[in-house]
Design a protein around this ligand. Structure first.
Ligand code: AHM
Ligand code: MG
Length: 336
């Protein structure tokens, strides 16, 4: 009976969010409309990513293809699609994208109450070899949409209303939290719909995997160095952890969420604030981790409590299983 129900009673992402928002009837319609525009962007990017190799047959990025059309780079194209989808939803007043130096203030006639911070296509180094890449987004509510300023965008992550990512991998998976747990949806290409496949994701309390660009080790600080040493040569009789590093934050975080473990992009002598950007990389992923029962730490504080001062601020980040992040917190505490 359950299998039959699964096949005929499809829990699409729209249906799921409408159910969840039942608690807030006043915002129900607006958030659902906003989300459906984000989902549209994700479907477009999924389809473009699938054809990325084939696109080379008709023309390379920056060149003109046989139809005489300019070929846009995938990340530039994805950004245009998301910006247009979000603006046309009529539910946003300000957008922050990794691809745009400045915040985008939406035309007053099209303004709604939401602010969306996003990285339209993260993991750029993996595009040309067909390895998983993704889109990351975080959503805030703006108090006064008619007088929105840059200051409204630079909020701590604790004010975030919803966050998610979409991974373009061996399947296309969208993971979302509206502050009430984490759910995963897989794109059914034959339906063009995201279907609930991973309800109520909880990250294992402790993991067996660590994920870091170890090529930066010579520039690490002492706690990071000690932590990774512990992963490889545990002194408590436990087995060493496995190392997995894809180099796409979405894919590395997705694995961490499902299998447990820790993902780190620490500070180093060359990049004292690490590499990952607070508003559209660190915050959304930290929000999801906490919602799944894990933790996210910067080396100094709870990641969501950071107060960004600039749009493209960076921060070191350690996120994943509760117990694994506790260990890194202890190492930083003993350092100071
Ligand atoms: P990008 O925005 O240029 O794609 O960089 C972000 C990516 C993340 O997806 C990933 O976690 C990280 O950069 C990997 O960096 P590195 O190549 O330094 O290990
Ligand atoms: Mg990025």
């Amino acid at each position: 009976h359950a299998a039959e129900a699964q096949r005929t009673d499809l829990m699409t992402i729209t249906r799921h969010v409408l159910n969840e928002q039942g608690r807030h009837p006043e915002s129900r319609g607006d958030f659902t409309i906003l989300l459906s525009h984000i989902v549209l962007g994700c479907k477009f990017v999924a389809s473009a990513v699938n054809k990325a190799g084939l696109a080379k047959l008709v023309g390379l990025a920056g060149e003109t293809n046989v139809q005489g059309e300019e070929q846009k780079k995938l990340d530039v194209l994805s950004n245009e699609v998301f910006v247009k989808a979000l603006v046309s939803s009529g539910r946003t007043c300000v957008l922050v994208s990794e691809e745009n130096e400045e915040a985008i203030f939406v035309d007053p006639a099209l303004r709604g109450k939401y602010c969306v911070c996003f990285d339209p296509l993260d993991g750029s180094s993996n595009i040309d070899c067909g390895v998983s890449i993704g889109t990351i987004f975080g959503i805030y509510m703006i108090k006064d949409k008619d007088n929105v300023t840059l200051g409204d965008v630079l909020q701590p992550g604790t004010n975030m209303l919803a966050a998610g990512y979409c991974m373009y991998g061996s399947s296309c998976t969208l993971v979302l939290s509206t502050g009430n747990g984490v759910n995963g949806f897989t794109l059914d290409p034959s339906l063009g719909e995201f279907i609930l496949t991973h309800p109520n994701i909880k990250i294992p309390k402790k993991g067996k995997i660590y994920s870091v660009n170890e090529g930066n080790a010579k520039n690490w600080d002492v706690p990071t160095e000690k932590y990774v040493e512990k992963c490889k040569f545990p002194q408590d009789g436990s087995s060493p952890k496995s190392l997995r590093y894809i180099g796409s934050m979405v894919a590395d975080v997705h694995r961490t969420l499902l299998y447990g473990g820790i993902f780190l992009y620490p500070a180093d002598q060359k990049s004292p604030n690490g590499k990952l950007r607070v508003l559209y990389e660190v915050f959304p992923m930290s929000f999801l981790m906490e919602q799944a029962g894990g933790q996210a730490f910067t080396g100094k504080q709870r990641a969501l409590e950071l107060a960004p001062t600039k749009l493209h601020d960076r921060s070191p980040i350690f996120l994943g299983s509760y117990d694994d992040v506790e260990e890194i917190k202890a190492l930083y505490a003993s350092e100071s």
